[in-house]
Design a protein. Structure first.
Length: 138
């Protein structure tokens, strides 16, 4: 059921653009896609399965844009795909009008800047003070 699958992923994407993932309900996704909740569960198995499929689809679209940019076939202006599954919104691939994204986004292709020097991590802090064990009797 490829058409239903894409409709469900589009509906989940739209739902995620409007609210955080924890507030997205499977019944609402199914209704928005015009299918039964059973069809949704048959296709993805669970809400986690739907999330995995959505992340996979968006990551594939994102990586395809990166591939196009690196091969010199990116549209003028560079990459337009953003990807974070945090409920943020932004421009997305062809035919999409914004919504959740999988990473912090992309920048137009250009010369690569080497990373700056690494700084060592600071001291670790624990939420509770450590207490040394009592000495053992001999």
């Amino acid at each position: 059921m490829p058409a239903a699958r894409e409709s469900l992923l589009d509906a989940a994407y739209t739902a995620l653009a409007r609210r955080p993932w924890s507030a997205v309900r499977m019944v609402d996704v199914a209704a928005s896609a015009g299918v039964s909740r059973q069809t949704l569960y048959n296709e993805f198995g669970s809400k986690e399965g739907l999330a995995r499929a959505l992340v996979r689809r968006e990551a594939d679209a994102y990586l395809a844009g990166v591939d196009r940019a690196l091969s010199g076939t990116a549209p003028p202006g560079g990459l337009t795909t953003t990807a974070t599954l945090t409920g943020g919104t932004g421009p997305t691939g062809p035919g999409r009008t914004g919504g959740p994204a999988l990473s912090g986004g992309t920048t137009p292709p250009g010369p690569r800047t080497p990373p700056g020097p690494r700084t060592p991590p600071g001291p670790r802090t624990s939420p509770e003070p450590r207490v040394s064990p009592a000495p053992r009797p001999r």
